[in-house]
Design a protein around this ligand. Structure first.
Ligand code: SF4
Length: 291
């Protein structure tokens, strides 16, 4: 059944959806009748009854942890994501990169970036690492985690019994924030739909968020590293459903960013504990452990 019949409204909505598509956002969902009721309810007041405490609707979160896409897209035929048409993950990632283009969607494009740092690695990796954004070395070479922090990440990957090319590595923002500052909320919000699409193509079993910025952006949870670490979260990329019904999302674990470990090497042991938790979940043999 068509959602909106009025052609003028339909045209206006289509225009708005095209705008969202340009931002890299493609999936839209109909609110279920049950949730409409849930929102309408607080407005009902019984005359003469004492005032009710304020009832707030929970802040909408981008997170995949809590977002469970409804079954029916509002405009099922309008502008599917380009990569949705291809099964080959290499080609799909290439289409996302092409869609990103010479991106000017957020202010980081005019704050000294040399190039966009898209992502690198095995497009069918079981394990994916996500950092916050490129630094100077990454900006110069166009690849995530290639400086000193990258070297440490490589060592972490090696300690897990893997090679760098076995995993997929990306960042929340794809352009270097000036002076290596933390990417701002609007920059993360603008860029992260492309990361979500990359995750939906790679379909990793586990994502390791490197550092609090990556973790908070992926999970939409504002918590300390102490609270974020040491457990798995269920993760389904928001606004970007996988095209593979057999992929039910990834487990997400949080550990320290390698750049932080360079400043505080005492935390390397804690990081190794996090990685061992991941290896155990994936059924990988822990180094030095007998069968
Ligand atoms: S950080 Fe992302 S959204 Fe911002 S300009 Fe770079 S690629 Fe575009």
């Amino acid at each position: 059944m068509p959602t909106i019949l009025n052609p003028e409204v339909r045209r206006a909505v289509a225009e708005r959806l095209r705008y969202y598509n340009q931002l890299g956002i493609y999936d839209f969902y109909r609110r279920s009748p049950a949730s409409k009721l849930a929102i309408a309810k607080p407005h009902l007041e019984v005359p003469g009854s004492p005032p009710q405490p304020e009832q707030r609707e929970e802040m909408p979160r981008k997170s995949a942890v809590i977002s469970k896409p409804a079954s029916e897209p509002v405009f099922p035929v309008l502008n599917p994501k380009p990569e949705q048409k291809v099964a080959d993950p290499v080609a799909a990632l290439k289409l996302i990169r092409e869609d990103l283009g010479e991106c000017t969607r957020c202010k980081l494009h005019q704050q000294g970036r040399k190039q966009i740092v898209f992502g690198v690695g095995n497009p069918q990796a079981e394990l994916m690492f996500v950092g916050e954004g490129p630094g100077a070395d990454e900006d110069a070479q166009g690849e995530p985690f290639v400086g000193r922090a990258g070297q440490l990440l490589n060592n972490m990957i090696k300690a897990m019994g893997l090679r760098r090319e076995d995993v997929y590595i990306a960042n929340v923002v794809k352009c270097r924030p000036p002076g290596n500052r933390t990417p701002e909320r609007d920059e993360c919000d603008t860029c992260s739909p492309f990361l979500m699409r990359q995750i939906a193509v790679v379909k990793p079993k586990v994502i390791v968020a490197l550092g609090a910025v990556a973790a908070k952006n992926l999970l939409a949870i504002n918590a300390s590293m102490a609270d974020l670490r040491g457990r798995f979260y269920d993760f389904m990329p928001s606004g970007s459903r996988s095209h593979d019904p057999s992929w039910q999302g990834a487990k997400l674990a949080v550990t320290y960013h390698p750049a932080f470990l360079l400043r505080d090497p005492r935390q390397k042991g804690e990081t190794w504990k996090d990685l061992q938790m991941v290896m155990k979940y994936l059924g990988w043999k822990l180094p030095g452990k007998q069968e």
